[in-house]
Design a binder for this molecule. Sequence first.
Ligand SMILES: [Zn+2]
Length: 95
Amino acid sequence: MPKKRKSRGRSKGDKGKSSRIQCDGCGAWVPRDKVIKVTKPVSIIDPQLAKELAKQGAQIYRRVVTKYYCVSCAIFQRVVKVRAKEERKVSKPIK
Ligand SMILES: [Zn+2]
């Protein structure tokens, strides 16, 4: 059977099963090695207000939030993009 991707979209290898994680977008249960992990700093304050406060020299606390998305939610939220046929063959780390 022809393969769309070398890794079949996962990082499992031949280890059998892997635990599941709930998607933060839709709530689907996705295998841990297939899920797309996004870690970014998030400010609690409204961005407009944060910009104004930063201009006046205030230190704004940003906490680091990690989210897990299923493939369809990651594409919908533009975390990852659909790649060309030849590009899919190369495994590329998700930033
Ligand atoms: Zn999802």
